[in-house]
Design a protein around this ligand. Sequence first.
Ligand SMILES: Nc1nc2c(c(=O)[nH]1)N[C@H]1C(S)=C(S)[C@@H](COP(=O)(O)OP(=O)(O)OC[C@H]3O[C@@H](n4cnc5c(N)ncnc54)[C@H](O)[C@@H]3O)O[C@H]1N2
Ligand code: MOO
Length: 418
Amino acid sequence: MVEIRKPIPVAEAVAQVIGHVQRLGTESISLEQSMGRILAEPIVARHNVPPFDRSPYDGFAIRAIDSKGASGDNRVPFKVIGEIGAGYVGGLPVGPHEAYRIMTGAQIPESADAVVMFEQTVETEEGFTIRKPFETGDNISYAGEDASKGEMLIPSGTLIHAGTIALLATFGYADAVVYRQPVVGVLSTGTELLDVSDDLVPGKIRNSNGPMVKAQLKRLGVPYKSYGTSSDDLDACTEVIERALQETDALITTGGVSVGDFDHLPAIYERLGAKVLFNKVAMRPGSVTTVAVLGDKFLFGLSGNPSACFTGFELFARPALLSLMGCTAPYLPYLKAKLAEDFTKPNPFTRFIRAVWQMTGNGVTAAPAGFNKSNAVSSIARGNCLIVLPSGTRGYSTGDEVDLLLIGAEQGAEDWVL
Ligand SMILES: Nc1nc2c(c(=O)[nH]1)N[C@H]1C(S)=C(S)[C@@H](COP(=O)(O)OP(=O)(O)OC[C@H]3O[C@@H](n4cnc5c(N)ncnc54)[C@H](O)[C@@H]3O)O[C@H]1N2
Ligand code: MOO
């Protein structure tokens, strides 16, 4: 008798997965290697940024008081007493009607409190004249205006991206303390699977899920170990999975999770004594997505159907792995968009449609990315987001507002809100 599975809502399935996350430990790595990792310590300003008052322009550093009364009819003269390039400091205090030539990024000399851009001056033999008064602080970048010493700037749990690296470098972090990364095993199951370089033969297809999942992991910066393909042989498949679980922190399998005669993953979870969190989710594609835990290790049983596999990864494996790595914003970012074409099908389960979003004169619009069945591979390639149509809805028309989950964005969302 075929087992009747009870589907659980997507939000509940996501919560179950996140509820079983056991965060990994921390390690110190070089700044160069830290891109894509998660901060395990907050970034607190070690000093002011900028560390000294500096000029944001190429021009002249003056005392604002000396510019009082300057106008087109009353040009005020200044004498230049020296030049300060970025990286140098002026040796003398600026006296009445004196000025330093100063370059962008150079420290403001003693007694000066304003900078006049070159373009606002007329050169004279001794220096220059100006035709308008300046206030104290005009054209000065003050010490600490960007970050002041002791300020908490970026919380622990944040993804390190190019901007974070700039900030760490600013404060002299040659090393960063980050959460450890899991090593994830990837195994594609299915007797029908050929390798990417194999020629097609009757009844067989090339394994596209394996390379896709590895690319999805790569996008998260998560290291993986490939276990290639396994035929639908219960013992052989169990053996590979047991080995993979010894060698990795989590395992992603594709295929074999449904109710077919050769879908062995449910039996393998039972053999291993893994606790199945769910094996049916009220979503399409990916309704057969199964997640199990064995000790502190996740087993993500993604569907063999490519679109279902892709969606299952993004919805469940992605936030779980990011959470393991300490990320506090592990969910796909979302936004609202206007549907660019009618979608009349009913949605008995929450539907995730591979789609293309773009900014138009009409705001953000999203259009399904073509052939959109669970077994589709072409629409995964075209899409840059998932349109989410809640279960129990039907008859969407062009212009209707829908939720989008963005694929491939660097920054995540802190909550699962859909
Ligand atoms: N009687 C029922 N049959 C099915 C149900 C059901 O509830 N009752 N669910 C259907 C749904 S929904 C899906 S999704 C699929 C999921 O099946 P599996 O996850 O067990 O995957 P397989 O049967 O192994 O393969 C499905 C499909 O995908 C192709 N495939 C498999 N692996 C790969 C790969 N690595 N690269 C590319 N394509 C792959 C495979 O050849 C099949 O065509 O079950 C439905 N059936
Ligand atoms: O799980 Mo299937 O992907 O719902 O079509």
